[in-house]
Design a protein around this ligand. Structure first.
Ligand SMILES: [Zn+2]
Length: 262
C-alpha cells in the first residue's frame, strides 16, 4: 500500500495526505509554528497586563508566550524579570561606585607616554570596537559591562560603549575583582551584558579557540591575538579572535583564528 502524498501549503514539503488532512494542509512543523501564533482577538488578562506595564515591559512580547504556555508561565517569567530588576537596583550603584574608584586609583595613561608597541594597539582596538555588534538591551534596567585593558579605556569611551549611559568600563583585572564582590545567582536573569576586547601580547596558548594552535609568523615578527567578545546571557554570545603580527614598527592583520557564537 502506498500512502497518498501532497505538499504542505506553507513550506511546500512533500507530506502524507493523512498529515495534511489532520493539520489543515500543513506539515507537522508548520502546524506547530501556526499554533504558536495567537489569534487576533487574543487578549492578555488585565492583571497580567498591569504587571507587565509595571515592570516597564512591552505587552506585545508576552502575547505568544501567554497563548502557548499559559498565564502561570508568563507570571513566573515576570517574577524572574522583577528579580533581575531588583538585583540591578541594588547592585548597579555599587558597581558604578566601584568603577569610579578604580579609575581614580588607576587613570588610563595618555597616548603621548605610550611605547610604540602599545600605541600601535589603539587603532586595532578602535577598529575592533567599531566592527562589533552593538548591544541595545531591551530590558530597561540593564547595565553594559565593558572590559578592556587600561591603555584602551579612552578608546572604548570614545566609541559606542562610552556613548551608552548604562556602560561600566573596567580592566580585566578589575572585572575579576568585581566577580569576587558580586556573585550572580545561577538561576537569575542577567541584569547586565558583557562586551570585551583584548590584545594578548604574547597570545595565551589556553585562550578560546587557540587549542594549542601554533601561531607561526615570518622571522622577526611576533604574534598578537586580538579578541572581541560579547555575552548577553549564559547561553547567548560569543567571541572572535584574530592573529596579528608586530614587526617592531607596525602591526598587520594576518588571519581570523576562531569564531565562536551561540
Ligand atoms: Zn510545512
Amino acid at each position: 500500500m502506498t500512502d497518498a502524498q501532497t505538499t504542505c501549503t506553507t513550506c511546500g514539503t512533500l507530506i502524507r495526505q493523512f498529515t495534511a488532512d489532520r493539520y489543515q494542509g500543513l506539515c507537522v512543523l508548520c502546524d506547530r509554528d501556526a499554533a504558536a501564533i495567537p489569534p487576533d482577538d487574543f487578549k492578555l488578562p488585565s492583571e497580567l497586563l498591569d504587571r507587565i506595564k509595571a515592570l516597564g515591559q512591552d505587552p506585545d512580547l508576552f502575547l505568544e508566550m501567554t497563548w502557548c504556555d499559559g498565564v502561570p508561565y508568563t507570571l513566573g517569567f515576570l517574577n524572574k524579570i522583577e528579580e533581575s530588576q531588583k538585583l540591578h537596583d541594588h547592585w548597579a550603584p555599587r558597581l558604578r561606585a566601584f568603577a569610579k574608584q578604580c579609575r581614580l586609583d588607576a587613570p588610563p595613561p595618555s597616548p603621548a607616554v605610550l611605547a610604540p608597541r602599545d600605541l600601535a594597539k589603539l587603532p586595532i582596538y578602535e577598529a575592533s570596537i567599531r566592527r562589533s555588534e552593538r548591544i541595545t538591551p531591551s530590558r530597561r534596567s540593564e547595565a553594559l559591562f565593558c572590559s578592556i585593558p587600561l591603555i584602551a579605556i579612552p578608546v572604548a569611551l570614545r566609541c559606542w560603549p562610552g556613548e551608552d549611559e548604562r556602560t561600566v568600563v573596567l580592566t580585566p583585572d578589575e572585572w575579576n575583582k568585581w566577580q569576587k564582590i558580586y556573585k550572580h545567582p545561577d538561576d537569575a536573569f542577567w541584569w547586565f551584558s558583557d562586551v570585551w576586547w583584548r590584545i594578548d601580547d604574547p597570545p595565551n596558548p589556553g585562550a578560546p579557540g587557540m587549542d594549542g594552535k601554533k601561531l607561526t609568523l615570518p622571522e622577526g615578527e611576533t604574534p598578537w591575538l586580538v579578541t572581541a567578545g560579547l555575552m548577553m546571557g549564559p547561553m547567548s554570545g560569543g567571541s572572535t579572535s584574530e592573529l596579528w603580527s608586530w614587526n617592531g614598527t607596525s602591526a598587520r592583520f594576518v588571519e581570523e583564528v576562531s569564531r565562536i557564537y551561540a
